[in-house]
Design a protein around this ligand. Sequence first.
Ligand code: ATP
Length: 501
Amino acid sequence: MKNRAEDLLASYVDALYPVIYINHYDFRAVDGMLGNIADGRKVIEYNNGIGIVDFRNKSPMKECDLAGFFSLVKDDGYDTPVFLVLKDVHNQLDDPVIISFIKYIAERNLYREEYNATVFIVSSRLHVPQELEDLITVFDMPLPGVAQIKEIMEEFRDGLQISVPEETLDGLALSFKGMNEFQIKQILNLAYQDGGCLDSDDRQLILKQKEQLIKKAGLLEMVPADESVKDIGGLSHLKTWLEKKAKVFARLDRALKYGVDIPKGILIVGMPGCGKSLAAKATAGLFEMPLVRLDVGRLLGKYVGESEENLRRALKLSEAISPCVLWVDEIEKAFAGVGGQGGGSDVTTRLFGQFLTWMQEKENSVFIVATANDISRIPPEFLRKGRFDELFFVDFPDAAERREILEIHLKKRKKWNRELDLISIVKLTEGYNGSDLEAVVKDAVEDCFLEGKERLTTEDLKKAQGNIRSISQTLEKRITEIRRAAKDIDLKPAGKRVSAG
Ligand code: ATP
């Protein structure tokens, strides 16, 4: 019986797609699929470095290069329907001779009724030369869904005759989501060797393996997220919202069965130094997920299509390690120039479109936290309903929030004491952001230490405050611009300050 992926692949063949590029590294799995959909066709395999091999038992049949292979088989499609399976030939696809052979076969497959040959390019690297763009269809092997993952785990459990509670299976199956069968089995083996059983602690193992995947690929950056929501002063609406979503993620399997949607992500815009990055980190801490940063600039490549391919791989990778928090910092800069004219902005526009489509269609547990200062420079498509679950505006902290922030930073440095008159500092710091307030505490603590004092006093804080100009003063024009742009959009205040104006 064919599975969903095989049905899809078979439909490509029936629709006469002449060249299908299967971007995958697990050649055994691909062979299995091709064997299942061949439906009486002859399957001829070419293996880079070996030549023609028997598709079934892989024994070498004839040594030749790729051009030699094509000249031998290019007309086989007239005798009998064939699959021509090319493995690891991605590096040879720019060769004009190879291009013309592929075109020869593709055109006959499309326009000659008496000819039937489908070319499959199978490789873990995706490389589509411009000349073949219209003929090649890329087929991504779908990753196993939760039900399939559970089957893999049940098979593993039954093979070893160990008992694993149903609830543990459900929880682990969700953590495995985004990994392929091979990776899942590898981790199950590791977990079993480690403790002789499978239990919910193995989530950590899965997380560690996912970290390895990220480091190896070099497309995303793993960010340590030791912060918790308690480290954020103010931003109470945002914190409450996140705490609600954390409850959904904590019981995601049950929530999904109940009909709750998977939280997609949030956009946090607003004043600099007010805790947007801090909130991204705290989100990962709260959701108990790894935090990975997507740096679009880092994905830009020299060659045509390279940037798009890098973004595609980065997004796939984020799915592979999901559940995770994907942080797109300074999103307005990442997609600066969208819709503009000329080389650089063309690429950015394409990347932006690709990212939006992925966001729109995603049904995985990658939670996006996008942060930005200036909403006027964010492409408006991002702000439409349905992209993010919520758009938050972070303003400068009001008096109560400033007090909270001061307290947090004093407590972090173990310098908080009841005698401190924080109200007077709060009064002096209107227009200060979280970062300025942290600087006040930091400087005061340092001076106190240098003066050899045991206890920090209100005077120490006042002195430090006197030396620090607030960001509202230093960046006055910029702040006005940010506020003006935010007024035109329906943004939810992240903290208590009600209006953006
Ligand atoms: P930018 O727009 O410049 O990137 P941001 O809004 O992302 O700024 P953060 O990087 O989160 O600001 O803040 C810088 C530092 O200031 C934080 O690491 C934290 O120490 C302190 N800080 C800022 N806001 C808060 C807050 N609301 N509560 C506690 N600390 C804060």
